[in-house]
Design a binder for this molecule. Structure first.
Ligand code: AHR
Length: 752
């Protein structure tokens, strides 16, 4: 239904349409964007009206814009106009001149102005579609470059009409697609930031193997009363602290839980004894270790904290000695993992975990992570900041998978690593205990082969940020050889090749499809202006990646028959300040809505997307966040949990008009239930007529909702969570379902 409104100037308070509001040296709300070439951006004292306009100038040629986000009403028609003045504007390299346009909407651009022209009005009309915000550009160059100078002033956005679509969907449970692969609910953990260390792993001490010299600015350790680093014959790594009698080695900034026992381990060499004390304000708990003579010895100890809060660990040498390593974990750790994090991981119930990276893997030597944990070398994280203690290696990762009853998915190093070492890693993991590197694995405590089925042959080798990054042709060769050697060790392994939509994926699929079972794609969305625009991003990206792969199947001979499906083995939002360590961004209700709509899009492509690994699980762009003593589910984790627990497995047809909603439906494999998932990524409540065919529901439904008071609602440590799964009373009136604004709901109907 089209409702024509009189032409309304969409005056938006806060929009600085004539550039009169200044902040510092620039206009409020506008930012400078340079796409190519050198451009000078000006905030000019000349204007068509008022006192100010913006300027872009380039002598050599540039493609650049002043850009701002304007709010629009979805499903409406608008006219955008502005005034442009030019001086010697000359388009080059296919550029257009000086114009206005909208980012990412084809055809949404004005005529360009070139040469030297006094103020001229330029305009164009556009439909907002499902958008609630658009990025407006005062553009110089445009699809090429331009030289000269252009001034822009007096933007105006007029709403010409609105055509709210008539909502209504038909869910036809008899038209089924391929079952949703459970691997869509995969996760990804990487050695970076506080994902593993400071997140999942329970070790409380930083740099427990002394990569940095105690007392140096990078070290969390300090000496009291003397001490030095011995680099001649260290216990592990390149140095070991040496303490004279009466000296102390101290680590501050620990955080205790009241009433908790802490189990520790210290490796010492020397004669005499050491006392180990856990100190907190107003109290301490200590133990004395009698040191043995004549070599390095591991000494377990246990301390108990009567009080919670900040604390420090103090090792006091009663006689000269050297300290190899120290470890301290809460005694409730489960095989070295934090129980409060395991609890949440179990709630996520992910069927597969990708590990150990990410960019990290391209500089990782898997052999560093096996053998006696205290003797594994400490290293600088090769791709990120911080220390890799190598406490968590393949055995620990497999143990985590056992605890979580999930499948391991290991990425091998095709960056700085060799094909031979990748094959050796497969042999170590999967060979019987009496063969090859299987013997070493058995010696290291695991006689049973790990039977790792899923292996990534490298990570993002296309990116210049990747260690060992190489041109596509070289990667094809390296992939082929690595895959061949890996399969030579265990023909049953399932290999995931590195892909990236465009020439990279097309070439990998043309030249190496016989050497992979799946191809990987990664994407991260940033923050977009407008709630709906933000929420729509993951689904839009997934749709375009799936479309590209459908095209490759048509273009590349024999590919369709091979059925190489997509492993979207990194996907998420990634923006905002890092408050949970490196890349430790916070999530909000608006991200949760986008992740839900992203899942819906995976369901729609269940025939071609086989796996997806939410990146990442803990702290680092993570679904779970931790403090030193607590863990909680972030907003996006709530959505992943809801769908994993409640949504059925076989997608069924949903047709009709969804408006700003995103509707998905699935039936259980045995047909016993039908679930609907509905995301309302707008601020407006919707009444959705739903017609169900091919399924006769019993009376009554069960439903759940995730919503919050505003798009920026979030879950903070130490505060009641604002965004959680709640039971919901679905209101069906006359076949219409009332959907609250800013919500995701899952409705379950049982067969009658
Ligand atoms: O997930 C964070 C990083 O993003 C990963 O290490 C890398 O693969 C991607 O670029």
């Amino acid at each position: 239904m089209l409702t024509l409104a009189a032409a309304v100037v969409a005056f938006q308070p806060g929009l600085n349409l004539s550039f009169e509001q200044a902040s510092g040296q620039g206009p409020v709300g506008w930012r400078q964007v340079r796409y190519a070439g050198e451009a000078a951006f000006g905030y000019a004292d000349t204007a068509r009206t008022g006192r100010r306009s913006v300027l872009i100038r380039s002598d050599q040629g540039a493609d650049a814009s002043w850009s701002a986000d304007f709010t629009v009403r979805p499903f409406s028609r608008y006219r955008l106009s502005a005034w442009v003045r030019t001086e010697a504007v000359e388009p080059i390299q296919g550029g257009r001149g000086a114009l206005i346009n909208l980012h990412g909407i084809e055809g949404a651009a004005s005529q360009p102005v070139t040469g030297t022209q006094n103020w001229q009005r330029v305009s164009f009309e556009f439909d907002s579609g499902r958008r609630d915000a658009v990025r407006v550009n005062a553009l110089f160059g445009g699809w090429g470059r331009a030289k000269g100078s252009a001034w822009f002033d007096d933007f105006s956005l007029e709403q010409l009409s609105t055509a709210d679509p008539k909502l209504g969907v038909v869910v036809d449970a008899s038209r089924r697609s391929e079952p949703i692969s459970p691997y869509i609910y995969g996760q990804f953990i990487e050695h970076m930031g506080r994902c593993i260390y400071g997140g999942i792993w329970a070790e409380m001490l930083e740099d427990r193997k002394f990569l940095h010299a105690a007392g140096s600015t990078d070290s969390p350790w300090r000496f009291m009363g003397g001490g030095s680093m011995d680099t001649e014959s260290p216990y592990v790594g390149s140095q070991t602290p040496r303490l004279p009698a009466g000296a102390e080695l101290v680590q501050d900034q620990l955080e205790l839980k009241a009433g908790m026992s802490y189990e520790g381990r210290v490796v010492l060499e020397g004669e005499g004894s050491v006392s180990i004390t856990l100190e907190w304000e107003g109290g301490r708990s200590s133990t004395k270790i009698l040191n043995m003579t004549g070599g390095w010895y591991k000494h377990p100890f246990e301390l108990r904290a009567e009080k919670g809060g900040p604390a420090r660990l103090v090792l006091r040498a009663e006689a000269p000695l050297r300290v190899g390593t120290v470890s301290l974990m809460p005694a409730d750790n489960v095989s070295g993992f934090r129980p409060e994090v395991l609890k949440l991981l179990k709630e996520l119930d992910s069927p597969v975990y990708r590990w150990p990276g990410g960019n990290f893997v391209s500089g990782y030597n898997w052999r560093d992570g096996i053998g006696d944990r205290d003797r594994r070398p400490p290293r600088r994280n090769p791709a990120w900041t911080g220390i890799e203690s190598n406490d968590v290696g393949m055995h620990e990762f497999i143990e985590l998978c056992r605890i979580l009853e999930t499948e391991p998915f290991i990425a091998v190093n095709t960056g700085l690593g060799t094909p031979e070492e990748a094959a050796a890693e497969v042999e170590y993991a999967n060979a019987p205990a009496d063969q090859g590197l299987g013997r070493l694995r058995a010696l290291n405590g695991d006689a049973e082969p790990f039977r790792v089925k899923w292996w990534a042959v490298g990570n993002e080798m296309y990116g210049d940020w990747q260690l060992g990054h190489m041109p596509l042709a070289d990667n094809v060769k390296k992939h082929r050889l690595t895959a061949e050697l890996m399969k030579g060790k265990d023909p049953s392994v399932q290999l995931i090749g590195v892909g990236a939509v465009g020439n990279w994926s097309r070439t990998m699929l043309s030249e190496a499809a016989d050497q992979m079972e799946l191809i990987s794609e990664h994407f991260y969305n940033q923050e977009a202006a407008g709630l709906l625009a933000h929420v729509s991003q993951p689904a839009d990206t997934i749709r375009s990646i799936a479309a590209a792969h459908r095209q490759y199947r048509q273009q590349i001979p024999g590919l369709a028959a091979r059925d190489i499906r997509i492993a979207m083995d990194e996907w998420n939002y990634w923006y905002g300040p890092h408050v949970y360590g490196e890349l430790g961004t916070k999530y909000f209700l608006k991200d949760a809505l986008g992740i839900a709509a992203g899942l819906h899009e995976f369901f729609r492509h269940s025939d071609i997307i086989f796996m997806a690994n939410y990146a990442q699980t803990v702290n680092v762009i993570g679904a779970i966040k931790t403090t030193k003593t607590e863990a909680y589910m972030d907003t996006t984790g709530e959505v992943l949990k809801l769908y994993r627990q409640r949504f059925a497995e076989v997608p069924v047809a949903v047709e009709g008009e969804m408006g700003v909603l995103d509707v998905s439906a699935a039936v259980a494999k045995d047909g016993s239930r039908l679930t609907l998932g509905i995301v309302n990524g707008s601020m407006i409540a919707a009444d959705l007529p739903v017609d169900i065919k091919g399924f006769s529901p019993a009376a009554g439904t069960r439903s759940w909702i995730i919503t919050g008071p505003d798009p920026m609602a979030t879950n903070e440590p130490g505060q009641p969570p604002a965004v959680t799964i709640q039971p919901w009373n679905a209101r069906w009136e006359g076949g219409r379902l009332a959907i609250p604004p800013m919500s995701v709901v899952v409705v379950e109907l049982r067969r009658g």
